[in-house]
Design a protein around this ligand. Structure first.
Ligand SMILES: Nc1nc2c(c(=O)[nH]1)N[C@@H](CNc1ccc(C(=O)N[C@@H](CCC(=O)N[C@@H](CCC(=O)N[C@@H](CCC(=O)O)C(=O)O)C(=O)O)C(=O)O)cc1)CN2
Ligand code: MET
Ligand SMILES: [Zn+2]
Length: 774
């Protein structure tokens, strides 16, 4: 019999209950007990949804109050001393690592001021994990009352026999980094971590867990040989615990493992291997032949990364191929990855066109899909005939829908010429014209675009959406907000201003809503990091721009100040990656459609007198195929082209900025250069400034603003901290090319900390200006 399994379920709840409770807890509006109870209710509900869906194996420990990797940092007592030393309650220590903690002394407790740990992209997704930060003398031990055991028992008490999911020891270390000032190679800590790991597995077995899912997603990456070798050490040590630990499924996802296939021999002691057959169905043959005798294959055939209904006919064909090779008792039907990256349920959606809703499947529906596929291959197609017929009809409806195809868009794409990828002059000529026009000082200060999205702004937008206030009233409200943001920036003494993006719900959703080819959900929230969620718009058809999208707000903002105003757009790759793209047309085609729409917008902004235009591409790096090679080169080629297509329609005097919120440039530096943007702002405050060395080594000619402070945390950076960052930057960058700005936009912040931090930033910039201009 073929069973089914779900690798993990989204945590937020159908109404973002987790987000609301967490933020209420941070604001001191509810206590820890209430937050903990909300978590418990959500887990209960999510297990029940999956059970009712008929899913065979259901995960536990997939829940987290912030991030599952952060859970493991605490679980293994790998908490840096700068947090531990405060002896905070576990939950507060946990959040301090996630988002920093700054609070004044009280009668009973000392002052606390500690920045958060670094947060980085989870592989090629828009989810962010908290990076384990390891010391040279790092030790590990098992936390008291370990969360995976507690949550396993909690499910058991509800009659759900779950499979706890853990981040594997090799992935935990390889995804970590040495702490600032430390030089440890994380993987060398493996021997120290393993006893703790085994102790946890023994406790899980004692609690009654028959199986565990150990996620080792790093197996899809290019791995140094010492990391590959670590799998042998790790799984041999773990296997030595024999029957005192649960049976293990090692799960990989987001890529194939063919290039690391020799590692499978190190995993011969585990009972099952999970692979992502949505992303890489072609790996099946290789994996099948490399399995150990009797080892089970978990076939990830239901996509954990998008919202499209699974094509049952194709999925069943893949699973049957596996069954033919291995026999039905050695095959499991599974989601390709955790469903963390998909919205909660399609059932809540009331406003999707019926034709289109029939094409979708969210987490709750995907949990049913694995069960249906497992039944089809076990009991035969006849046993699920109605489901298979309905699925075939959905596939046919989508394939033949008029909604997906716009001949005018294709016509325009066919007319793109080579000249449309080039600025009129080289950088040296452009920057001279721009300097003359803008007259900026040395170390110009700016921000990345958004200013606090206050409750008031969100409520006004909600009212406008419901029709409670008119378009004219909403427009006046937005103008008032823009004016406020402009005056604040003038008072702070910033050099290049922004309008603050108050009219935008989200930097991607907002553009999606102004383009054809998209549809939108009402409740399709997906966790991005911590309590922050996004509601990705869905690309269903060819994309075009019926009318200007941002000109009105930028033009208004420019009209009320004498300082330069920076227009603000989201780039084609980011619009694509942070939407749910279509899977019936290559992404390069969708990116080109977006680029053409944005090109018109850029030119319209310029015509409106906006001569500084930032085109954000924070998802450019995330879209990079996980392994080096041909696929990566091909991606970079079309990604860079789409940015250039979007931005090169302007005159020399118009300064194009771009923004990236990550600091890993090493593996695609030439692509950054190839964008030919006049000014880049990048996230840098949490990274070693040495990463900037690549700009020096490669003699990067253009301007660049590495972020001087972290914006994910409400913490206000002391001026010495910013001064030290700027000094470090000047070791690698020339004063004439350095801009001073925060790491990213300020939308998630409150006004008091925003004002305070920017004030300190501007003062620091002025200090350096005085020093260097003298
Ligand atoms: N798409 C995307 N990905 C990204 C980023 C980003 O900005 N966008 N930034 C990076 C980090 N990720 C982030 C992701 C989300 C948020 C964020 O602030 N999200 C907001 C939601 C933004 C949004 O869509 N807001 C809508 C809906 C707001 C809302 O919740 N409205 C209430 C009603 C109003 C209220 O009571 O507050 C409701 O619907 O119930 C709006 O403003 O219109 C949140 O979680 O709170 C920030 C950073 C990387 N990835
Ligand atoms: C995630 S990158 C954000 C860029 C955008 N312009 C903002 O400030 O918010
Ligand atoms: Zn950013």
């Amino acid at each position: 019999m073929v069973t089914s399994s779900v690798l993990g379920f989204p945590r937020m709840g159908g109404n973002r209950e987790l987000k609301k409770a967490t933020e209420a807890y941070w604001a001191g509006k509810i206590g820890a007990e209430e937050l903990i109870q909300t978590g418990k209710n959500l887990r209960t509900s999510h297990w029940k949804i999956q059970k009712d869906a008929g899913a065979g194996t259901i995960a536990s420990n997939d829940f987290s109050f912030y991030d599952h990797v952060l859970d493991h940092i605490q679980l293994f007592n790998a908490v840096p001393n700068r947090y531990r030393k405060y002896n905070l309650p576990a939950l507060d220590e946990f959040f301090a690592m996630g988002r920093g903690l700054q609070r004044a002394a009280t009668d009973s407790s000392p002052a606390v001021d500690v920045p958060s740990l670094e947060m980085v992209k989870w592989f090629d997704s828009n989810y962010h994990y908290v990076r384990p930060t390891l010391q040279d003398n790092q030790t590990f031990s098992l936390a008291a009352d370990p969360k995976p055991v507690r949550e396993f028992l909690e499910a058991k008490a509800q009659g759900v026999n779950t499979r706890p999911v853990l981040v594997g020891p090799v992935s935990f270390l390889h995804l970590g980094k040495p702490d600032r000032g430390a030089s440890v190679d994380p993987i060398t800590l493996l021997e120290r971590l393993l006893p703790t790991y085994t102790e946890l597995l023994i406790k899980l077995k004692e609690a009654g867990a028959e199986t565990v899912q150990i996620d080792e997603p790093v197996l899809v990456l290019d791995l140094p040989s010492r990391v590959k070798a670590a799998f042998k050490t790790a799984y041999a040590k773990i296997a030595a615990a024999g029957v005192s630990i649960p049976k293990i499924t090692v799960a990989t996802y987001f890529g194939d493992i063919v290039h690391n296939i020799d590692v499978l021999s190190s995993l011969s002691t585990v009972s099952a291997i999970h692979v992502d057959l949505v992303r890489n169905p072609e790996q099946l043959d290789t994996v099948v032949t490399a399995l150990a005798p009797g080892q089970i294959l978990s076939t990830g055939v239901v996509n954990g990364r998008n919202i499209w209904k699974t094509n049952f006919r194709e999925a069943i064909a893949i699973v049957e191929k596996a069954i033919n090779a291995l026999g039905s008792d050695r095959v499991v039907v599974a989601t390709s990855s955790s469903l963390l990256h998909t919205p909660h349920t399609l059932a809540s959606e009331r406003n999707l066109p019926a034709e289109v809703a029939d094409w979708f499947s969210f987490a709750s529906e995907k949990s049913k899909e694995v069960a249906i596929i497992a039944k089809a291959v076990t009991e035969g197609a006849e046993s699920v005939k109605a489901e298979l017929d309905a699925n075939a009809a959905s596939m046919h409806s989508r394939a033949t829908s008029a909604r997906t195809n716009d001949p005018a868009v294709k016509e325009r794409q066919s007319k793109v010429t080579a000249a449309m990828y080039e600025r009129k002059s080289p950088f040296a000529r452009r920057i001279a014209a721009q300097q003359e026009h803008l007259g900026l000082p040395l170390f110009p200060t700016t921000t990345i675009g958004s200013f606090p999205q206050t409750k008031e702004i969100r409520v006004a937008r909600q009212k406008f959406g419901k029709g409670d206030i008119s378009a004219a009233e909403y427009e006046r409200f937005i103008e008032k907000e823009i004016e406020l943001v402009v005056r604040e920036q003038e008072a702070l003494g910033l050099d290049v201003l922004v309008h603050g993006e108050p009219e935008r719900n989200d930097m991607v959703q907002y553009f999606g809503e102004r383009l054809t080819g998209y549809v939108f959900t009402s409740f399709g929230w997906v966790q991005s990091y911590g309590s922050r969620c996004v509601r990705p718009p869905i690309v269903v058809g060819d994309i075009s721009r019926p009318a200007p999208m941002t000109v009105k707000e930028s033009k208004y903002a420019a009209s009320i100040t004498s300082k330069p105003m920076k227009g603000m757009l989201t780039g084609p790759i980011t619009c694509l990656r942070w939407s749910f793209p279509r899977d019936d047309v290559h992404q390069s085609v969708q990116a080109e459609q977006l680029a053409l729409a944005l090109r018109d917008e850029v030119v319209n902004l310029e015509t409106a007198g906006v001569n500084v235009i930032q085109v954000d591409e924070p998802a450019l790096r995330e879209g990079l195929p996980l392994r080096s090679g041909k696929e990566r080169d091909a991606y970079l080629d079309w990604a860079v082209k789409s940015f250039r297509l979007a931005t090169t329609g302007v005159k020399d005097v118009t300064q194009i900025h771009s923004h990236f919120c990550y600091s890993e440039f090493q593996d695609f530096f030439h692509a950054i250069t190839a964008l030919d943007a006049d000014v880049l702002s990048i996230e840098n405050s949490k990274s070693d400034a040495k990463l900037l060395k690549v700009f020096e080594d490669e003699a990067y000619p253009r301007h660049i603003g590495p972020g001087v402070y972290d914006i994910h945390s409400p913490r206000v950076p002391p001026q010495e901290e910013i001064r030290a960052r700027i000094e470090e930057m000047l070791q690698f960058l020339r004063p004439e090319q350095l801009w001073i700005n925060p790491d990213c936009g300020l939308k998630t912040r409150q006004w008091p900390e925003t004002r305070a931090a920017l004030d300190i930033m501007v003062k620091a910039a002025k200090e350096f200006r005085a020093k260097y201009q003298a």
